[in-house]
Ligand binder design. Structure first.
Ligand SMILES: Cc1cc2nc3c(=O)[nH]c(=O)nc-3n(C[C@H](O)[C@H](O)[C@H](O)COP(=O)(O)O)c2cc1C
Length: 174
């Protein structure tokens, strides 16, 4: 069974998770950014990663995800919001819709530190925008995001994807 990890990452968070997943997967395996990723047809299990950009899957990952059909896959992503929030659930639903012609074996989301330039824009240009202005709740969430992905996130991602690869290879019942 051959595995492929494909991800996008603007500031490095999703790349960290992607590398952790890649390291944990059994050989044979390959890892590529979405821009450089090969046609998915030659692989049995795909770990597809994205970062959340304005409430949805970042464009580069979305484009690749739409090319994947009839595969066993796992989804992973990073975002500024809490992974158990409604916002995160909605983002995951959008990711699922992009890969609807596949068997999704599992999903993983964690927070990822938000680009300081964007935080600065929230504090200045977006300060009158109710969706982005810097409330105490938003600041607390961004402070928590700044600590992620942490070692536990990476360990959780590794553990989940090892299991998913076993399921994909038929070594473990789905
Ligand atoms: C332009 C931009 C838009 C973002 N939009 C959202 C969003 O809608 N929801 C969210 O939870 N996080 C959002 N984030 C935070 C990123 O999803 C988060 O920091 C992610 O971990 C970045 O991943 P990367 O380091 O792999 O690029 C945004 C970040 C940027 C820079």
């Amino acid at each position: 069974m051959k595995s492929l990890v494909v991800y996008s990452s603007r500031t490095g968070n999703t790349q960290k998770v992607a590398r952790a997943i890649y390291d944990a997967l059994p050989e044979p395996k390959e890892i590529f950014s979405a821009k450089e990723a090969p046609d998915p047809s030659g692989y049995d299990f795909l770990a597809l990663g994205f970062w959340v950009d304005k409430g949805t899957v970042n464009a580069g990952s979305a484009k690749y995800m739409e090319t994947v059909k009839n595969k066993k896959i796992g989804l992973f992503g990073t975002l500024g919001a809490y992974p158990d929030s409604d916002h995160a659930r909605r983002c995951l639903e959008k990711a699922r819709a992009l890969v609807k012609d596949n068997e999704i074996l599992g999903e993983f989301l964690c927070q990822g530190k938000v680009d300081p330039a964007l935080i600065k824009r929230m504090e200045t240009k977006m300060k009158d925008d109710p969706h982005h202005s810097m409330t105490p709740e938003r600041r607390a969430r961004l402070e928590e995001a700044a600590r992620h992905p942490d070692e536990k996130d990476l360990a959780d991602a590794r553990a989940l994807f090892v299991e998913l690869a076993q399921t994909a290879s038929g070594k473990k019942p789905a």
